[in-house]
Design a protein around this ligand. Structure first.
Ligand code: MTE
Ligand code: MO
Length: 384
């Protein structure tokens, strides 16, 4: 593969893999602002970043089980109503490094920052599909399609040199309330190359892997995508399954993200002077548009808890429409605590459906190390 045309990146990013480029910011960057700046937004690539230099020639081909397949040009997409949706994107592998400490897993290591909250600007996929004769809120296209496959321009080794691809159910793609976007802007600016220039899919509330970047075509299909990232990856297996007995066909591709939270204002180990107040700040988010009900914080390893205060939306730039939904975006939480002795500080979130993060990574361990949503713990050492 040719990595000679990679885009420039912020030097402060923590690089987990150079080629393909996989990097996250230091965790403290996530709580410095409600909307994550583009340069500090994690980058998760499976191959070289493609170069699209003639935007007038760029088009997305819409094909498969539809009556009139056609090329859709950027100017056609720009004619559709534009939406700005605040949505958190999180890689299924976020917090994988911590899960690998309980038992070895396969995959790129990530701390707690393979996540970011951005305002995505673009057309609704439901509007695009309507142009092609697929009505809003339908389970099946008139020609029998039940899934919408997104195929990229990039090339990766997992697809044997073919493009990255994945699919979502047609019912989600055509549901205007699901807010699935073909995005050309991120935080009010033209999408940059790392994040999918010129056009990417954003599937809010769902693991990042379904939000295909560098869109080349949209294929209406009867069965879900048969590609690697839908069938042989991003599935959650029970702790009993290992590389000798795995049968990929027994599980569904992961879609919604479970409830998640993490402390970003403290490192894994912190040395603190006695009598000093500690400010605990972090993020909490759940999948499927389920909001966050509360965040609990413990300063004694999880024996007793206090409720953190939380904020959402405070000063979201780029969105003029005040009524726009915030159900896909994270909340930031905060608590000031006195820590008299060396201890473990813990956070756990509860979503509006009452789902709670599991206490430890052992109970959700899986061989690919995805969806580590265990209570996030950091150590505080009081040093005189
Ligand atoms: N789309 C393409 N074409 N190629 C990729 O490698 N990675 C996916 C998804 N879309 C990927 C892709 C994964 S696993 C994640 S988590 C998100 O993009 C990351 O998006 P970001 O790099 O904009 O943060
Ligand atoms: Mo991912």
């Amino acid at each position: 593969s040719d990595y000679s045309q990679e885009p420039p990146r912020h030097p402060a990013l923590l690089v987990n893999s150079k080629e393909p480029f996989n990097a996250e910011p230091h965790r403290s960057a996530l709580v410095s602002s409600y909307v994550t700046p583009v340069e500090f937004f994690y980058k998760r690539n499976h191959g070289p970043v493609p170069v699209v230099d003639d935007i007038d020639k760029y088009s997305v081909s819409i094909r498969g089980l539809i009556e009139h397949p056609k090329e859709l040009y950027m100017k056609d997409i720009l004619k559709l109503p534009k939406y700005a949706i605040a949505a958190t994107l999180q890689c299924a592998g976020n917090r994988r490094t911590a899960m690998s400490k309980t038992r070895k897993v396969r995959g790129v290591g990530w701390d707690i920052s393979a996540i970011g909250n951005a305002v995505w600007g673009g057309a609704k996929l439901a509007d695009v599909l309507e142009l092609f004769g697929i009505p809003k809120s339908s389970n099946k296209s008139p020609c029998g399609g039940r899934h919408v496959e997104f195929i990229s321009i990039d090339r990766c080794k997992e697809e044997n040199g073919g493009p990255y691809k994945s699919s979502i159910p047609l019912s989600q793609a055509t549901n205007p309330e699901a807010d699935v976007l073909l995005a050309y802007e991120m935080n009010g600016e033209t999408l940059n190359r790392d994040h999918g220039y010129p056009l990417r899919v954003i599937v809010p509330g769902v693991i990042g892997a379904r939000s295909v970047k560098w869109l080349d075509s949209i294929n209406i299909i009867a069965e879900e995508c048969q590609g690697f990232f839908t069938q042989k990856d991003y599935k959650m297996f029970p702790p009993s399954v290992n590389w000798d007995n795995i049968d990929w066909s027994t599980r569904r591709p992961q879609m919604d993200f479970p409830v998640q939270s993490a402390i970003c204002s403290l490192d894994d180990v912190n040395n603190v002077k006695p009598g000093k107040q500690i400010n605990i700040k972090g993020y909490a988010v759940s999948g499927g548009g389920r909001g966050i009900e509360r965040v609990d914080v413990s300063i004694d390893g999880g024996k007793t808890w206090v409720e953190a205060s939380k904020s959402q939306k405070a000063g979201i730039p780029y969105i003029s429409d005040d009524t726009s939904s915030d159900k896909w975006a994270w909340v930031l939480f905060e608590a000031e605590v006195d820590v008299p002795e060396t201890t473990e500080i813990v956070a756990k979130a509860v979503d509006i459906a009452g789902n709670v993060q599991p206490e430890n990574a052992e109970v959700i361990w899986n061989l690919r190390g995805i969806l580590n949503t265990s209570w996030h713990r950091v150590n505080v050492q009081i040093s005189h």
